[in-house]
Design a protein around this ligand. Sequence first.
Ligand code: ATP
Length: 364
Amino acid sequence: MSTPILELHQIEKSFGGTRVLDGICLSAAQGEFITLLGPSGCGKTTTLRIIAGLEDPDAGQVLLEGQDVTAAPPEKRNVNTVFQNYALFPHMTVAANVGYSLKLKKRPREEIAAAVANALALVQLDGYEKRYPSELSGGQRQRVAIARALVGRPKVLLLDEPLGALDLQLRRQMQLELKALQKQLGITFIYITHDQEEALNMSDRIAVMRAGRFEQIGTPAEIYDHPRTSYVARFVGEANVLQGTVAGRDGDVLVLDCAGGCARVQAPKDAPAQGAPVTLAVRSERVEFDRTSDCGLPATVREKRFAGGMLRIELALADGTALVASRHGIDLPIQPGEAVRVWWQPEDAVLVDRDAPGVKEAQA
Ligand code: ATP
């Protein structure tokens, strides 16, 4: 395997006695798009600042192309950052903003002009060289910030909520553009977002963070279809998390006693024994309904609503546990007050919380 472009080994960081990063490990390949996804305050920006050299870790190492750069200043790392608030110099033209880092490095004037023109073309802002930031829209300002970060051709681009200030339509358009640009350039992107849809759409891998640790690192499909913990299941997409007990086995399927009924789940390789307590997660859109058979879990329909083209049906299971079912763009003949049974395909449910939280990615 080729050397990863970026490696984080056991990074720890505290502020004023509070542990903010607690043994972060990550390995990013050339051209990989990795998203750090997690709630406010979980340590995403601190991780990025440590990669950029803007913050020193208390313990652990940062490696770029196999070289330990933990003690190196930001300008000695082939890494650049794009912030949410653009951080453009208001008194400088677009061209001066984009070429600023090359000017600091005293590159020849013609080389700077060519690099600036090239970077502006990448973000589709040719012809905007002489404008000032105040003469640009929010989307155009963010494009300038991206061009400025790309002009030195970094190996790794760090992006801290770069689209956070844009409206939804522009945000979606910029998501597509950024992803296309990243593919075209083959630069590794480490991207921060709160927005799970953005993370699922854009990333090669997602690192779901919780209180200074990576709870799970995987492809969008792995994170969505095979969450390892109830936290990941709830944070990405809408999942129902239910407690149960293993009642028996039916071939490849584990049969569970759960909320006054019977639930089925694909048996994992190291399936828990009969009688073991388990936690199960099932996506709201995978919940099916039945009125006739006696399989599944008895439930009562509490609410039915449409929001943004999405049907949401809220139910209460026999033991009072809440459960949500959803569908995109269609209605279901189910009404509040009705008694139904809910079920799902065994492969649509997963057992979660089977090992200790916190993922230590394999050391490269
Ligand atoms: P958000 O999504 O809100 O930006 P985040 O996941 O990026 O959050 P960080 O900015 O990394 O979170 O902050 C993690 C924790 O560290 C927070 O509790 C924050 O208050 C604290 N923190 C960050 N920087 C400092 C600092 N320089 N001094 C003290 N505490 C800090």
